[in-house]
Design a protein around this ligand. Structure first.
Ligand code: MG
Length: 304
């Protein structure tokens, strides 16, 4: 963060200097268009998260550690990665949670809409339909929508088990994946601490939520996600990062957040990089061994 702050502090000086040179007709070896391009590049660099990797030897094994803007992935030390502030969310708003007329209903509690979902193999899912909710079944694997989406607005509701079992990542763990790629963590984060970049609402391993707006175990919670997919060039390099704007129980937890890379688990302190994928992918929910339930899932496609 410090490097980023310094860059943001330097940037206005460069801009002033460039504008000054233009205004006062100072001589520069570079044409104006090139100077402006340099300034734009500096702006882009200043916003680019700094990723550092190092390999450490632990018990005779090589373990990769990743740092994003100087903070270790899955950092637990609150001095280095403070826990998000706990807030009391507004009561569940049934009216706001209702699907707009032009939304695609992926699940509304009925058996008919449960048919919109399969296992990742494309075969019927082993998840259960219980009291109008889709419930994760241990070892059944992920569930995914038959229909695929790119940039989209997604509303999804979830409830972690009413009787909490386990702790940290072992309590009420699941996840919502957009494009079958990028995970918004589902976890029972009510009086249950873990690494902030893996608590409920985190973009797993990449960004902690701005606040902890979790409800009590067993209570229905909402995610309202606006997602713009990443773009790649023909070589597979990312040219525009994925962007998330997310509300958890009505509280803003990601503010136009540009994802610095993938969210796939690589190691204890390491997370996957961007890897080129198709323009569309399924919405998925994770089976992490805990019976987490989902309901009222609707989506609207967005322009890129
Ligand atoms: Mg998860």
């Amino acid at each position: 963060m410090k490097t980023l702050r310094i860059q943001f502090a330097i940037l206005p000086l460069i801009l002033i200097s460039t504008v000054g040179q233009i205004a006062f007709g100072q001589q520069s070896k570079k044409p104006l268009a090139d100077q402006l391009e340099d300034t734009q590049q500096l702006t882009r660099d200043a916003r680019t998260p700094k990723i550092k990797k190092e390999v450490r030897e632990e018990n005779g094994r090589q373990v990769e550690y990743m740092f994003i803007d100087g903070i270790k992935v899955h950092e637990t030390d609150p001095k280095k990665q403070p826990q998000p502030k706990v807030v009391t969310p507004q009561p569940y708003d049934a009216e706001a949670a209702q699907a707009p007329k032009d939304a695609i209903i992926l699940f509304d509690g009925t058996e008919a809409t449960a048919g919109n979902w399969t296992a990742t193999s494309g075969k019927p899912t082993k998840w259960k339909l219980v009291d109008g909710a889709l419930e994760s079944v241990r070892r059944a694997g992920y569930i995914q929508s038959k229909q695929q989406f790119g940039s989209c607005q997604l509303h999804i509701e979830f409830a972690t088990p009413k009787v909490p079992q386990g702790s940290g990542q072992g309590r009420g763990n699941s996840g919502v994946f957009v494009m079958g790629q990028y995970e918004i963590q589902v976890l029972d984060s009510y009086e249950n601490s873990t690494y902030p970049d893996g608590q409920c609402g985190a973009l797993y391993g990449r960004a902690k939520p701005l606040v902890n707006a979790s409800r009590k175990p067993g209570e229905w919670q909402t995610f309202d996600i606006t997602f713009h997919r990443p773009l790649f060039d023909e070589k597979g390099s990312v040219t525009r990062r994925a962007k998330f704007h997310v509300y958890h129980n009505g509280e803003l937890i990601h503010d136009q957040h540009e994802l610095s890379g993938g969210t796939g688990w690589v190691g204890r302190h390491s997370i996957s990089e961007y890897k080129q994928h198709d323009d569309k992918g399924p919405i998925q929910m994770q089976d992490h061994g805990n019976p987490v339930r989902f309901r009222n899932i609707w989506v609207k496609e967005l322009e890129d």
